[in-house]
Design a binder for this molecule. Structure first.
Ligand code: ZN
Length: 148
């Protein structure tokens, strides 16, 4: 079990140090901003959608290691997916964080590295922030997202 959590720790630190898809695509079609007042994490997510698929996605922001690693992991998880599949990943990831349930039939891949935050309810907000912001961007909801 320790080996697994070391591996997960490594994935999180790798995404923290080398964020994927950092920066908002200039030609994005959807965008939203998110804020987690409990930790001070801020994230903006921009998405380019064409024909119901996410063809480009990026984020910018500042915050704790969990929030930034999660944003990086999120962009990797949804890039190239249809909106339906990306929404299914969001639901599966939320389930993983809230009840540790991975039975949703969605392969979460490296996102499972964040499963450990389940033990720390305040960190769940850090991990889910970028996903809520992504979801809000899809819906083109202009109200800022808050985890409060
Ligand atoms: Zn945080």
């Amino acid at each position: 079990m320790n080996d697994l959590s070391d591996l997960y720790q490594e994935i999180i630190m790798d995404h923290r140090r080398n964020p994927r898809n950092e920066g908002l695509p200039a030609d994005h079609t959807h965008t939203a901003d998110g804020f987690n007042p409990f930790c001070g994490d801020k994230v903006s997510v921009a998405v380019k959608i064409e024909d119901g698929s996410i063809i480009d996605v990026g984020f910018s922001g500042e915050g704790c290691a969990i929030s930034m690693a999660s944003a990086s992991l999120m962009t990797e998880a949804v890039s190239g997916k249809s909106i339906d599949d990306a929404t299914a990943s969001f639901e599966a990831f939320r389930k993983l964080l809230t009840d540790g349930d991975t039975s949703g039939g969605v392969d979460l891949g490296d996102l499972e590295a964040l499963a450990g935050v389940r033990a720390y309810p305040t960190r769940i907000k850090c991990a889910i922030l970028s996903w809520h912001t992504f979801k809000s961007a899809l819906e083109n909801d202009s109200a800022p997202v808050t985890t409060e």
